[in-house]
Design a protein around this ligand. Structure first.
Ligand SMILES: O=P(O)(O)OC[C@H]1O[C@H](O)[C@H](O)[C@@H](O)[C@@H]1O
Ligand SMILES: [Fe+2]
Length: 193
């Protein structure tokens, strides 16, 4: 019988345990200007974007074909910093195929994985090196850096899951993480309706 050529050949890739970066593959970068309206403090956002456009986070999209049996994976690096009192974070998203899960493994730094589902259940799991966070299907997820070093995670999800930013870009998450008296606290998002 004729053997069909597999679509994907086995491969491996290097990600640094120090800074999360791959030396052979370019990352995708998100700067502050890509997050208009997503931080609570619009004045602080405007002042910061007028003064430059800092890199907030970068991550890898390796282009694994989007098929249910395939896995997308890579590292995500959220840099330390704040917009007003709100810590640097990823945009966050639901998966377009809503019930698909994702796993994140923290390699470095300190942060939260903020999650919420359409029914209103929310939670923030802590990221510290060595911790794996399971994001169940139906939960929007956002990585937040609450420390002074890059927050580095490694992620894996079904490659055809898709990214749905719609409701996050317009409503945000129910909760935000801000610094108060030098410590992170989780409060209601004043922009959430
Ligand atoms: O897409 P964002 O919410 O901006 O987050 C950036 C990226 O973070 C992680 O690496 C996820 O696994 C990616 O799927 C996601 O695209
Ligand atoms: Fe995801």
């Amino acid at each position: 019988m004729e053997q069909l050529e597999p679509i994907l050949k086995p491969f491996s890739l290097y990600f640094s345990l120090n800074n999360g970066l791959s030396d052979t593959t370019p990352s995708l970068k998100r700067h502050l200007s890509k997050m208009k309206g997503m931080y609570a403090d619009d004045q602080a956002y405007a002042a910061m974007t007028a003064d430059g456009d800092p890199l907030l986070y970068e991550f890898y999209e390796l282009g694994v074909p989007e098929q249910p049996g395939n896995l997308a994976f890579g590292t995500s690096i959220v840099y330390p910093g704040k917009v007003g009192s709100e810590y640097y974070m990823t945009k966050g998203h639901f998966h377009t195929i809503l019930d698909t899960a994702e796993v994140y493994y923290c390699i470095g730094g300190k942060g939260y994985m903020l999650m919420e589902n359409p029914e209103g259940d929310w939670t923030a799991e802590e990221f510290t090196p060595g911790k794996a966070v399971y994001v169940p299907g139906r939960y929007a997820h956002r990585s937040i850096n609450i420390g002074n070093e890059p927050l580095i995670t490694f992620y894996v999800f079904r490659s055809d899951a898709g990214h749905d930013y719609g409701s996050i870009e317009t409503k945000g998450f129910r909760k935000i993480v801000v610094e108060q008296d030098g410590r992170p606290i989780i409060i209601d998002n004043p922009k959430w309706k």
